[in-house]
Design a protein around this ligand. Structure first.
Ligand SMILES: [Mn+2]
Length: 349
C-alpha cells in the first residue's frame, strides 16, 4: 500500500515537471482525440488547450479528431463558441498530445500517423494500459483507475496551479458525467472532483442537460408506431413483446425493454424482398433462462427467412428475404421451447 502511494507521488511529480516544460517549449502542439470523439475526449481536449494557453500564451494549439459524436457537437454548442476541431491538418506540430486514448488505432485512419516522435508525444488517458504506449510516447499520464480523462485534467490543472475557469469547469464536469454515466460508475475521488468543479463555477444542471439528447423525430415516430402494434406473450413469468416497423428496429427493441419487456423482438420489411428482425433481452432474462438470442434464436431464424442471423446473448438480429410474420411467430416459439424444456420435471428412474 505504502509503495503504491509512493509510486503515485513519483509519477505525479514527474508528469508535473515534464508537462510544464514540454508545453512552454512548444509553439504548435497538436491535441488529438480518438475517432468519433465522445464528450469526455472533446471536453478534455478543449480543457487541455486552455491549460496550454495559460502556460504558453504565445503558442497556437491545433485540435484534431476524426469525427465527433452527435452528442459531442451538442456539448460544444452548449458551452463554447468557435473551438475549431479539425478532422485533418497539414500543420506539422512540435508536440503531439493523445487525449482519451492510448492507441494510434483509435485515432482513426486520418490521424494514425500523426504521432511520430516518442520524445515529443504525450499520452493523457484513463483506458486500460496498452503496451503500444511504450514505443509511442515517453510522457505518459495514464491512470486506468480514473473515471474519465476529464477527471485527470482536473488534477493536472491543480498540480500546475492553474485556475479552472467556469467554462472549463462546465466542460470537465460534463465529460465526467458522460463517462461515469452520470455517476453510475464513480468513487469518492470522482465525486470530490465533481464538487470541486462546481465550486470552480460549473453549473451542474446545465452539464446534465448538455448530455440529454432526444432521438430524431423519425426515430421517435417509429418507436411510437411500433408501440401501437405491440403484442405481448407471457412465457412463465417472462414478458416478451413483439412488434413490426420498417425502420429503427434496434431502437424500437430498446424502447420496448425500457417499457418493461424482458425480451423484445421487432421485425420489419423496409422494401420488397427484404426482411429484418432485431431482438434484445435483459441480462436478468438471459442469466435465468440461458436463452442466447444470437445462437438460439436469430441463427436458426436466419435460415427460415432465407438469409443469415446471429449476434450476442442479449442483442441479436437476422436478415432475410421472406416471411416477416412467420419470423416473429417462430422467434417466440424458439424462446418458448427453450424455457419450457428447462422447466420440465426431469423424469429420472
Ligand atoms: Mn473517456
Amino acid at each position: 500500500m505504502g509503495r503504491r502511494v509512493a509510486r503515485k507521488t513519483a509519477d505525479g511529480a514527474e508528469s508535473k515537471m515534464n508537462l510544464r516544460s514540454l508545453l512552454s517549449e512548444s509553439v504548435r502542439p497538436l491535441i488529438l482525440g480518438h475517432q468519433n470523439a465522445d464528450p469526455d475526449a472533446v471536453c478534455a481536449m478543449i480543457a487541455f488547450s486552455t491549460l496550454y494557453r495559460a502556460i504558453n500564451p504565445a503558442g497556437s494549439p491545433v485540435l484534431l479528431a476524426d469525427d465527433l459524436s452527435r452528442l459531442s457537437h451538442q456539448v460544444i454548442d452548449t458551452f463554447t463558441s468557435d473551438v475549431p476541431i479539425l478532422e485533418t491538418s497539414d500543420v506539422v506540430g512540435d508536440l503531439v498530445i493523445l487525449v482519451d486514448t492510448n492507441s494510434t488505432f483509435q485515432l482513426g485512419p486520418k490521424l494514425q500517423k500523426v504521432p511520430q516522435d516518442p520524445s515529443r508525444t504525450i499520452i493523457l488517458d484513463h483506458h486500460e494500459y496498452n503496451p503500444e504506449v511504450e514505443t509511442l510516447s515517453e510522457h505518459r499520464l495514464v491512470k486506468s483507475d480514473r473515471s474519465s480523462t476529464c477527471e485527470i485534467m482536473v488534477d493536472i490543472f491543480e498540480e500546475e496551479m492553474i485556475r479552472i475557469d467556469p467554462a472549463t469547469a462546465n466542460l470537465l464536469l460534463t465529460g465526467i458525467l458522460f463517462d461515469t454515466r452520470r455517476f453510475y460508475f464513480a468513487d469518492t475521488k470522482t465525486l470530490q472532483t465533481a464538487i470541486r468543479l462546481i465550486e470552480y463555477g460549473a453549473d451542474y444542471e446545465r452539464c446534465i442537460k448538455a448530455l440529454l439528447m432526444r432521438p430524431d423525430r423519425s426515430e421517435r415516430i417509429a418507436r411510437l408506431k411500433a408501440a401501437g402494434r405491440i403484442k405481448i406473450h407471457m412465457i412463465g413469468d417472462w414478458v416478451l413483446a413483439t412488434s413490426t416497423i420498417s425502420a429503427f428496429e434496434a431502437s424500437v427493441c430498446r424502447s420496448l425493454i425500457e417499457m418493461g419487456a424482458d425480451v423484445a423482438i421487432v421485425g420489419g420489411s423496409p422494401s420488397k424482398g427484404v426482411v429484418r428482425v432485431s431482438s434484445r433481452s435483459t441480462r436478468e432474462f438471459s442469466t435465468a433462462t440461458s436463452v442466447n438470442l444470437g445462437k438460439d434464436v436469430m441463427e436458426p431464424l436466419g435460415d427460415i427467412i432465407g438469409g443469415k442471423g446471429g449476434g450476442h446473448e442479449n442483442a441479436a438480429g437476422a436478415n432475410g428475404t421472406k416471411g416477416l410474420e412467420e419470423a416473429i411467430v417462430k422467434s417466440v416459439d424458439l424462446i418458448r421451447t427453450i424455457i419450457e424444456r428447462e422447466h420440465e420435471p426431469t423424469s429420472e428412474p
